[in-house]
Design a protein around this ligand. Structure first.
Ligand SMILES: Nc1ncnc2c1ncn2[C@@H]1O[C@H](COP(=O)(O)OP(=O)(O)O)[C@@H](O)[C@H]1O
Ligand SMILES: [Mg+2]
Length: 376
């Protein structure tokens, strides 16, 4: 496996992090009071590796209030000793500069491909309790990292969907024109669906090897839904729903309606799992995605775990830490207090930091990975 880790991270003007420079270990824990800047650090890691933030689409939100731009630098090291430097700068006027090994890069997805970042946040209601868009994001994170054309399919499909909806809203709709758009719409919808379906078939088969019924004490059934009944072609579904589409001015069938349905004993998981069980299911699913990516693509990820401790009992925290250790991925985790059970784990490469008003104080340090020179 090609393990990639962040061996150096420099953050300037991301929220309350005016300036931090850190040489992370394999497992890094950020401890501090509420509002200290712990989640901001995780946000900065994601920004440095993918130029995206899991908290906001607008750079204005995460650039420090007193600054005009934020700058991030990450030095990545693979175990084959290959070194990659990533630099991201974002201005409040929306300008973005991305560099890889000192060279300008035009698209964020080129950067995001290098080191997948798995974000695990405390609000599990997103994946389990909210609408399907969060579950689509979950699926698409995996598809993006195994099918490199996926980001392009997705962009084109979304454009076609918007065009189709605009046409549907027109008072005098030209049926011939709609038929032309529908052909392209179906083409890309099917490409997108095939990529998702291939990923989900592999992923769900992989999950079956994990005996998850024992873990949750209940049978769980995962079912991928394409966004239209697949016993019908999408073309015929569009024809069938034409009146409803026209009436609402939107398209009812397609991959924008896809979902991962989760049931237990014939009931939707939302109704029959406790909050703690939902949290465990959410964290476990996200970590299984990381493991699947390792197995399928021999790729490493960075895991960002925000406030993992809340709502998980000792037994299940141990279970999660054990998965993390076996995965051998770099971890950035936050907590209000150090988790006492971490001491009992056999992991020598844990570094703890105290976060105080956007500044970092190392608390305990273990041997890290020796840095090598990067091209900046
Ligand atoms: N754009 C910004 N500029 C400066 N500070 C910010 C900005 N956005 C949020 N903050 C500050 O960041 C802090 C919250 O950081 P956060 O990482 O969410 O805290 P926690 O340690 O609880 O995870 C708050 O003090 C908030 O005022
Ligand atoms: Mg936080």
């Amino acid at each position: 496996m090609t393990l990639v880790i962040i061996q150096k991270l420099i953050v300037k003007n991301v929220r309350n992090l005016n300036f931090i420079e850190v040489n992370p270990s394999l497992h890094n824990w950020f401890i501090g009071e509420n509002g200290a800047g712990k989640t901001n650090i995780l946000e900065a890691v994601q920004l440095a590796c993918s130029s995206r933030s899991f908290r906001s689409l607008k750079s204005r939100d995460y650039i420090n209030w007193h600054a005009k731009e934020c700058v991030l630098f990450a030095e990545l090291l693979s175990y084959s000793k290959k070194c990659i430097s990533l630099a991201v700068s974002k201005s409040i006027d929306g300008a973005v500069i991305l560099k890889m090994n000192g060279e300008l890069v035009s698209s964020a997805s080129q950067v995001a491909e290098i080191l997948p970042v798995q974000v695990i946040v405390p609000d599990t209601s997103h994946l389990i309790d909210s609408g399907p868009s969060y579950r689509r994001k979950f699926i698409d994170w995996g598809v993006f990292h195994v099918e490199h054309k996926f980001a392009d399919y997705w962009k084109t499909f979304n454009k076609l969907l918007r065009q189709r909806n605009t046409l549907l809203k027109q008072k005098k709709l030209e049926i011939k024109l709609l038929a032309v758009w529908d052909k392209a719409y179906v083409d890309f919808a099917v490409k997108l669906d095939q990529a998702r379906r291939a990923y989900m078939e592999g992923f769900l088969t992989f999950l079956e090897t994990k005996q998850y019924d024992l873990l949750f004490g209940k049978p769980i059934v995962f079912e991928f839904y394409s966004g239209w009944p697949t016993e019908m072609s999408l073309e015929s579904m569009l024809k069938k729903s034409y009146d409803a589409d026209k009436h609402k001015g939107l398209t009812h069938y397609g991959p924008h309606r896809s979902d991962l349905k989760i049931h237990s004993n014939g009931r939707n998981i939302q109704q029959c799992f406790s909050r703690g069980q939902k949290k465990l299911l959410y964290v476990w699913l996200k970590l299984m995605q990381v493991e699947y990516l390792q197995q399928k693509m021999a790729r490493a990820c960075v895991c960002l775990l925000d406030d993992l401790v809340a709502e998980l009992d000792i037994k299940h925290r141990k279970f999660i830490y054990n998965i993390l250790q076996k995965l051998d991925v770099q971890v950035f985790a936050t907590a209000v207090e150090p988790d006492p059970i971490l001491d009992k784990l056999n992991n020598s490469d844990i570094q703890m930091f105290h976060v105080k008003q956007g500044e970092l104080v190392p608390l305990a340090k273990h041997s890290g990975i020796k840095p090598v020179q990067a091209v900046v």
